[in-house]
Design a protein around this ligand. Sequence first.
Ligand SMILES: Cc1ncc(COP(=O)(O)O)c(C=O)c1O
Length: 395
Amino acid sequence: MYRLGQKEIDEVSKVIKARKMFRVGDPKTGHLQEANRFEKEWAHTIGVKHALLLSGGGTAGLMAGLAGMGIGPGDEVIVPGYTFMATAAAVLMVGAIPVIAEINETLTLDPRDVEKKIGPHTKAIIPVHMCGIPADMKTLTALARKHKIKVLEDCCQADGGSFRGKRLGSWGQAGAYSFNDFKIMSAGEGGALVTNDDKIFERAGIYSDSGTTFRPYVKNFTVPIFLGFQFRSTEIMGAILRMQLQRLAGMLADLRRIRARFVAKLKGNPGIRFAPSNDPKGDCGVVASFQFKSEALARAFAKAEGVGGWLPIDSGKHVYSNWDPILKHRVGHSPGMNPYRMPNNKGLRLNYTKNMCPRTLDILKRTVFISLHPDWTEAQVRTRIAVCRKAGASL
Ligand SMILES: Cc1ncc(COP(=O)(O)O)c(C=O)c1O
């Protein structure tokens, strides 16, 4: 969360004063339709037909997307080795098996490794736009078309980002977003799924809304109702996110301006090399990412006075080698619910090792991120750039 204030307070007050916090209600009785309006506005922003706002976070968005695609036991889904564990967990929560692939220097899914890992049971790939950095969606979607598999974009860390001028989340068949407190837009918690595909939308809606018990439009669905989870948002969440959306363009413009300044002022300076980018203009500007020849150099740069850098290898459950519940097959509350033990998953690629993606680990050890903030003053930006220049020269 970067910016939050009076707009959100005022909009939430309206919901509370109306005493209509449940998301379904009749506008004629004073219901404000905040969740519905956010869904329309978010779909419009991303440039897709449908959006679902969900209380279960980006995890629920990913689960609903996979369920919407009909993915389940017997299916494999390719995920990158650098992403929050929730990406792989969502695959397991629908009963499918995550296959872990390498990232490349851009810190996103490596299309070459994806191609090597596509097998007879692969049903989808999940490119993840980590730290707001766009994955190579052109190559990945072409690959998916060639192999007739689906693409679910994990845009949880990239609300509003784009690749080649098209918003992240609109490249694949579906896209998931997170609005938890660490994300670009925030309501404390929350998530969304977007899609252009009516069937995915219907199935995802049924899956995430108790079989859509309460939605008036469900009578038009072509998919028979099945039982699902209860991930409905509240009107409060819709109200906050509508105001966060009004701030999005400004937040992204400021983050991107600051990131561009880092690149313009530091590129080519002694000791400094930026990580390559699939699309610097579409990058959300959440971080400036530097790459070094060795971990020792990366650590020296990150720790240099005033730099405030961090190595993605140290980011815990964002690195596959730390996904212990997955590596050790501890999934589900009851053995029969564990996808690793499900009969349909027999013969799939169930086993992992801590060093199965050595290139990913190597890149994460040699990369340094500096987290940027859209409200940094001109003086703060100048100071941070100056300390990076000095730290690079001293390596
Ligand atoms: C890349 C990525 N995927 C999925 C998630 C899950 O989102 P949430 O915590 O909102 O369920 C996160 C959140 O931290 C994330 O960073």
